[in-house]
Design a protein around this ligand. Structure first.
Ligand SMILES: Nc1ncnc2c1ncn2[C@@H]1O[C@H](COP(=O)(O)OP(=O)(O)OP(=O)(O)O)[C@@H](O)[C@H]1O
Ligand SMILES: [Mg+2]
Length: 358
């Protein structure tokens, strides 16, 4: 899986860009504010129909323009796709895959599995549980065809239950709604637990390489006590949930926790170590998808050099090269990339929104 060409119009300071990428490494080098992260953001937008940076899509459209447009050519072995996406200031994003209107954003995400490694991505470790649920759910989305609909159902059922909580007077009035919620909650939780377990050896092995000085352990928490029946718990907690106005326990509270030598990683690891752990998790997850589904992830790595020593930079590059992924790496200077010497690579210079092959 690789993006062989990307055409961008009016995306932040990238007014008109047309680039052909290497299927291996692509380096983007330029000063602060030149447009490096914006290019990664455009690649991510093409794969998800949303940004990893701004929740408000209008902020991404170049200041005085009515819309932005992205057009990508995608290749996987002998197969080719063409993806077009336009976001106007007013109205919805229009997406076309091979010239046909795509019904759902999930079709895009299915096509282009992507892993993002940015300094902000440390929230995976020091942010709330939602970031780690998103990590697990990313994997399940790519491993199980039916996960996305179960996950959407779960969110809908919880929302319905939370609004019903305000209206009902006794649990008997709510119980009928909980039958489907319980079923879906168990399905999603079982998938998450099995995926966390399947990922464990890959994560442990990758952590040994990047953080050999630490014993990293991981534990999945499904969102309520494993020994307790979820249907019973919902009934027991009815009064409390009603007082709170939302459902306190359940898969919406699931977490995937990491410890280093028995202590929570966010409390004991240095920033560089946290960054290496985050890289290890994303690498392990990408490689797991490759092994299980024979699908290659695209890796977007922003601000590559920050907080990694030379040896670790080389190690990360070697690993990405070995697994044959397409990689996009940004840096301020070419010097910061000299530990990465992959066979196949292109270097682009980024200057005031203009990008050219060096
Ligand atoms: N909607 C927009 N329209 C035009 N320009 C924008 C818009 N939003 C942001 N910019 C500008 O686009 C430029 C590109 O920012 P970007 O984050 O891509 O820089 P960068 O090369 O990653 O820099 P750094 O090395 O500091 O991370 C910035 O100068 C920013 O102010
Ligand atoms: Mg940047």
């Amino acid at each position: 899986m690789a993006i062989s060409r990307l055409i961008i119009e009016h995306f932040r300071n990238l007014t008109a860009v047309d680039l052909e990428f290497d299927h291996g490494f692509n380096f983007l080098v330029g000063n602060n504010g030149s447009g490096k992260t914006s290019l990664l953001e455009a690649l991510f937008y093409l794969a998800h129909g949303r940004s990893f940076k701004s929740a408000v899509a209008n902020r991404i459209i170049s200041y005085d323009k009515p819309h932005f447009t992205l057009h990508g050519k995608i290749q996987e072995q002998q197969h080719h796709w063409s993806v077009g996406l336009q976001k106007p200031r007013q109205g919805n994003t229009q997406i076309k895959i091979n010239g046909e209107d795509a019904a759902k954003l999930s079709e895009l995400a299915q096509l282009l599995p992507m892993q993002v490694i940015t300094p902000e991505g440390l929230t995976l470790l020091n942010g709330g549980p939602s970031y780690r649920r998103a990590f697990l759910d990313w994997g399940l989305f790519h491993h199980h065809n039916t996960f996305y609909s179960a996950w959407s159902n779960l969110n809908r059922l919880l929302k319905q239950r939370n609004s019903a909580l305000q209206q009902v007077r006794s649990y008997a009035e709510l119980k009928i709604w909980d039958v489907e919620l319980v079923k879906t909650a168990y399905q999603v939780s079982q998938w998450r637990a099995a995926y966390a377990e399947a990922l464990r050896p890959d994560i442990e092995q990758t952590c040994k390489l990047f953080l050999p000085e630490l014993e990293i352990s991981l534990g999945f928490y499904q969102g309520w006590d494993k020994q307790t029946d979820y249907a019973d718990l919902l009934q027991q907690n009815f009064e409390r949930d009603r007082a709170l106005g939302y459902t306190f326990s359940g898969p919406q509270k699931a977490d995937f926790r990491f410890k280093a030598n028995g202590l929570p990683v966010e409390d004991v690891l240095s920033r560089g170590q946290l960054k290496l752990l985050m890289c290890s998790l994303r690498l392990a997850q990408g490689e797991h998808l490759m092994q299980q589904k024979n699908r290659h992830c695209i890796f977007l790595i922003d601000d590559f050099a920050s907080e990694l020593d030379q040896y670790k930079r080389a190690l990360l590059a070697e690993r990405l090269q070995q697994n044959g992924s397409q990689v996009f790496v940004t840096a301020i200077t070419q010097d910061q990339l000299k530990q990465m010497q992959p066979e196949n690579h292109r270097t682009f210079s980024v200057e005031n929104g203009n990008i050219r092959l060096l």
